[in-house]
Design a protein around this ligand. Structure first.
Ligand SMILES: [Cu+2]
Length: 335
């Protein structure tokens, strides 16, 4: 490579490094569906050479419960507005929230770099979705409207003032525990629990159990360090009313039988949770079978919106929590 070409390559490299901050972008352009997210908007330059004196960001649908971080020397203004679709976060139905945040009155020279921060929560956004956060950057002279969204056939590179993007990904693989565990002829798969709202003291846990043996067995009980009690419950529709009852005698597993505990059916109720169940985390529970004995099983905590396919309407996954206690009182235990 000639000296001239090396110099040209170096120049290109420097330009590219600078180009990463040429736009207003999010420090972390990826977020997990159903998880919390800290947004750091990065400002790499002014409007032309003019200093930045204001920044305003629009919060897209799907990003909820947003709270801005105040910035010394800047005034903070937020606009509250309705969400197109109400979102349930930590058991609370949110119909509105912060839709726009403005920081004004400060100053970032064109030669300086700065960051503007807020936190929020991703609703049940489909993994693979790209959210756009249009930003208005105002300067002593002029403004930059970072609002462009690529149209069909365009990429972000085709845009002069692209809106910052946030790509929504699926919860991490470790939260989708699908490891089969065997205990003699008993096979356990898909052990998971649903994340719980902060103050909740009950949670639902689910798993698939297969008896591959020739003799019947029974899942009798369980125990976990994260809750006072590990109860086996059943749920059924009686005269149009969902009822939940403790399964008094355990869950029988005939030879060859597969029993799937899932939202809306047989499930484990963790009663007296000592801490909230957080998406992405794991906990272990010891399961006791009448014949096969006991085994420790890891349960992966999935986002609050997570649920196995339901057969009785889309709102059902929340029902086992909201109506749980009432139903427990009216429904006698199955003997
Ligand atoms: Cu229950």
């Amino acid at each position: 490579m000639s000296i001239t070409r090396t110099a040209a390559a170096t120049a290109l490299l420097l330009f590219s490094a600078g180009a990463a901050f040429a736009h207003v972008t999010l420090e972390k352009p990826e977020a997990t569906s159903g998880a919390s997210y800290k947004a750091v908007l990065r400002i790499g330059h002014g409007c032309g050479a003019s200093a930045t004196t204001g920044l305003s960001v629009e919060i897209p649908e799907g990003l909820v419960a947003v709270k801005p971080m105040p910035k010394p020397g800047w005034q903070l203004t937020t606009q509250i507005g309705p969400y197109a679709t109400p979102v349930t976060v930590y058991g609370q139905k949110l119909e509105s929230g912060t839709r726009n945040i403005s920081w004004t009155g400060g100053k970032v020279q064109d030669s300086e770099y700065d960051e503007f921060v807020f936190v929020g929560q991703l609703g049940d956004v489909k993994p693979g979705t790209t959210l756009y956060l249009p930003v208005l950057q105002t300067c002593e002279t002029g403004e930059n409207r970072w609002v462009e969204i690529p149209k069909d056939g365009q990429t972000m590179r085709d845009l002069k003032f692209p809106a910052p993007t946030l790509k929504v990904s699926a919860p991490p693989a470790k939260a989708q525990a699908n490891v089969a565990i065997t205990l003699g002829p008993i096979r356990i798969e898909k052990a998971w629990a649903r994340a719980t709202p902060g103050g909740s003291t009950i949670g639902g846990a689910y798993l698939k159990v297969t008896n591959t043996g020739a003799v019947a067995d029974k899942l009798v009980s369980g125990e976990t360090g994260i809750s006072d009690r590990f109860e086996l419950h059943d749920m059924s529709m009686t005269d149009g009313v969902m009822q939940m009852r403790p399964v008094a005698d355990g869950i029988t597993l005939a030879p060859g039988q597969i029993v799937e505990l899932r939202p809306g059916g047989l499930h484990v109720m963790l009663v007296g949770l000592k801490q909230p169940l957080k998406a992405g985390e794991n906990f272990s529970a010891v399961l006791k079978f009448e014949k096969a004995g006991t085994i420790s099983v890891p349960f992966a905590v999935q986002p609050i919106g997570a649920g196995a396919p339901m057969t009785m309407g889309s709102d059902m996954p929340e029902m086992d929590h909201s109506q749980h206690m009432q139903q427990m009182m009216v429904a006698p235990a199955v003997k």
